[in-house]
Design a protein around this ligand. Structure first.
Ligand SMILES: [Zn+2]
Ligand SMILES: [Zn+2]
Length: 399
């Protein structure tokens, strides 16, 4: 069957060994070139009169591209750091059409595409040429070859750095917050900065990394966030910093940590840095880690009230609708979170330590948010209570 079809094809078209072999590429394990040679030899014995049985350049299908792979590879000259790569090729439409036409005309059910063969051949050769690892996933870069257009493109995949941060001053948001009036273009309200706040944890942390890695952009993925006026103390909050299109991938994280901490002394501190895979971004965004908060309230609790609070908020489920103050930018839904323990202080009557699930809004747990949080400290005491100062003093370690 293979011989008969090959005879019919060659009677009409000139094909090189690669292209001849590839028309039956899914039949056996062998290189297409080798298969093409074998078919041609058999044909010489069985049907010696077949036209084009001796290959005469150029190949109708590939236009001899397989003879030019070395020239293509010579053009690959990346000026950035990477250890592994993947290859993609762009094949012109007229060549793909010819391939499709042969498949239909001669019923070539086992045909392999020219793109697959070129990807494979170029992948092997580029790996040897650059002494880098060819990978099908989690590769550092993708090399896009236009074999018929003498053009090479590079896609540099991002790097991901895990760490924890402490926020030591109030008044800065976690991430860059675009001006709500001009959406970042710059206007009179934001003083031409395009931002609501001059600084953010994101900017203070990522600037140096971005510069060092020579990336184009960065994203800061936090494991939850604290309000602008809330400190992040204790061992810190996990985050993943994503640097896009980095020219330098091998960063000295210890040194960068020290520099970031020196520049931002008294504001933001980072620790525990390490390189991670992309998957961790989703993981840290979706885990709700338990936390301990320290809150100052605007009323002085009696001993009786302290006792009441400690006894009541013991493994207690809290039903919380999205708070009034954020409902304009977050989905309005009811969440159920637990308060495990509330500890009052012997020394003063306005301090509370609250141990609870992540994702619980603490200011509303205290005030009740006009009945949107249930139960609440205000409701339990039967009076208005407000949180005036709030800090995260510990986040349970999970990632
Ligand atoms: Zn060919
Ligand atoms: Zn503005």
């Amino acid at each position: 069957m293979i011989l008969k079809k090959s005879k019919d094809i060659l009677s009409e078209y000139i094909l090189c060994d690669h292209c001849l072999g590839r028309q039956f590429g899914k039949i056996s394990i062998s290189t297409n070139k080798r298969r093409g040679e074998v078919i041609r030899n058999f044909l010489k014995h069985t049907y010696p009169d077949t036209p084009n049985i001796n290959y005469q350049s150029p190949c109708y299908l590939c236009e001899n591209i397989f003879e030019r792979t070395e020239n293509i590879i010579d053009q690959i000259n990346p000026d950035f750091q990477f250890n592994s790569f993947h290859v993609g090729t762009k094949i012109p439409k007229d060549i793909l059409k010819k391939e499709e036409m042969l498949k239909d005309k001669f019923g070539l059910d086992y045909q392999e595409g020219i793109k697959q063969e070129l990807n494979r051949e170029l992948g092997k050769k580029i790996g040897i040429f650059l002494r880098k690892e060819f990978k099908r996933e989690k590769e550092d870069i993708t090399i896009i070859v236009h074999p018929y257009g003498s053009k090479i493109e590079y896609i540099i995949n991002p790097i991901f750095i895990y760490g924890k941060y402490n926020k030591l001053i109030r008044g800065i948001p976690q991430t860059r917050w675009l001006c709500t009036k001009c959406k970042g273009r710059g206007c009179s309200r934001c003083n031409r900065t395009g931002k609501m706040y001059d600084e953010s944890v994101e900017e203070l942390v990522s600037e140096l990394f971005l510069k060092e890695a020579q990336g184009t952009d960065s994203s800061f993925h936090g494991a939850g966030r604290e309000d602008i006026d809330v400190l992040m103390l204790g061992t810190g909050r996990p985050f993943v910093l994503e640097i896009k299109s980095p020219k330098i991938r091998e960063l000295n994280l210890k040194k960068l940590e020290e520099q970031v901490n020196m520049i931002n002394e008294g504001k933001v501190k980072i620790s525990d840095l390490r390189f991670v895979e992309k998957e961790l971004v989703e993981t840290i965004k979706n885990v709700h880690m338990r936390k301990i908060y320290r809150a100052e309230i605007d009323v002085c609790l009696s001993d009786n009230e302290k006792q009441k609070i400690e006894e009541f908020f013991n493994d207690k489920e809290i039903y919380q609708e999205t708070p009034n103050r954020v409902v304009h930018r977050r989905a309005d839904k009811t969440r159920i979170r637990k308060v495990y323990k509330v500890r009052t202080s012997k020394e003063n009557c306005t301090s509370l330590e609250i141990y609870c699930d992540g994702g619980l809004y603490i200011k509303e747990l205290i005030s009740g948010d006009e009945g949107r949080t249930n139960p609440s400290i205000a409701e339990l005491l039967g009076k208005n209570v407000k949180c005036v100062v709030l800090d995260v003093i510990s986040i349970e370690e999970k990632v």
